[in-house]
Design a binder for this molecule. Structure first.
Ligand code: IMP
Ligand code: MG
Length: 178
């Protein structure tokens, strides 16, 4: 499919599934090369992370644990400063190697809130990993350890990402048609 219509908006194919898989494999290898025989905890930021996390775990050859947090900031096609925590981390991360998995980092507001939630917890290590990144929109002075694919500023859907709840199920990434 080259085009998708969600509500009144049109999206065009931007990054295909194979390219995404290549990037996910590389990310998985990078993480594994760092942790090798350790057992990191992967914390996925729901809901956008579902596809990325599921694929990344399938490529990850080492031991790991899996948990989630649910944060919400997007309304329609714009990010909002108000980030709502819907589900909190349900696993003890103290003195553990923690890997935060994000589908996409846009303004960085969500990431900042997440780091504030865990900042007082003593961890063995912390890595921030995002499959997609919009360098032209990011506004924070936070360093991201691993980035898969840099995107232009345009709104995207597919591979877990949604527009008002729709579009998460598509295997490729689509960009809003301007
Ligand atoms: P931020 O707080 O602006 O960095 O946005 C973070 C969250 O908003 C991401 O984890 C996504 O869930 C969502 N998001 C950001 N950009 C997009 C996009 O282009 N399409 C769909 N969701 C997005
Ligand atoms: Mg997200």
């Amino acid at each position: 499919m080259n085009k998708i219509k969600l509500y009144n908006k049109e999206f065009i194919l931007y990054i295909n599934h194979n390219k995404i898989q290549e990037s996910v494999k590389n990310i998985s290898n990078n993480i594994y090369n760092f942790y090798k025989n350790e057992t990191p905890i992967f914390i996925g930021v729901l809901s956008g992370v579902i596809m990325f996390m599921s694929d990344l775990l399938k490529y990850y050859p080492g031991n790991c644990e899996v948990s989630f947090i649910k944060l919400n900031s997007y309304r329609g096609i714009r990010s909002s400063k108000k980030v709502v925590k819907d589900i909190k981390i349900n696993i003890n991360i103290i003195n553990r190697h923690v890997v935060i998995l994000e589908d996409i980092i846009d303004t960085g507001n969500t990431l900042e809130v997440l780091l504030n939630i865990i900042k007082n917890k003593p961890l063995k290590s912390l890595k921030i990993v995002s499959l997609f990144f919009k360098p032209g929109v990011f506004k924070k002075k936070i360093s991201i350890d691993i980035i898969g694919i840099n995107l232009s500023n345009k709104f995207v859907i597919g591979y877990g990402l949604d527009y008002n709840g729709l579009g998460r199920n598509f295997r490729d990434l689509y960009q809003l048609k301007s």
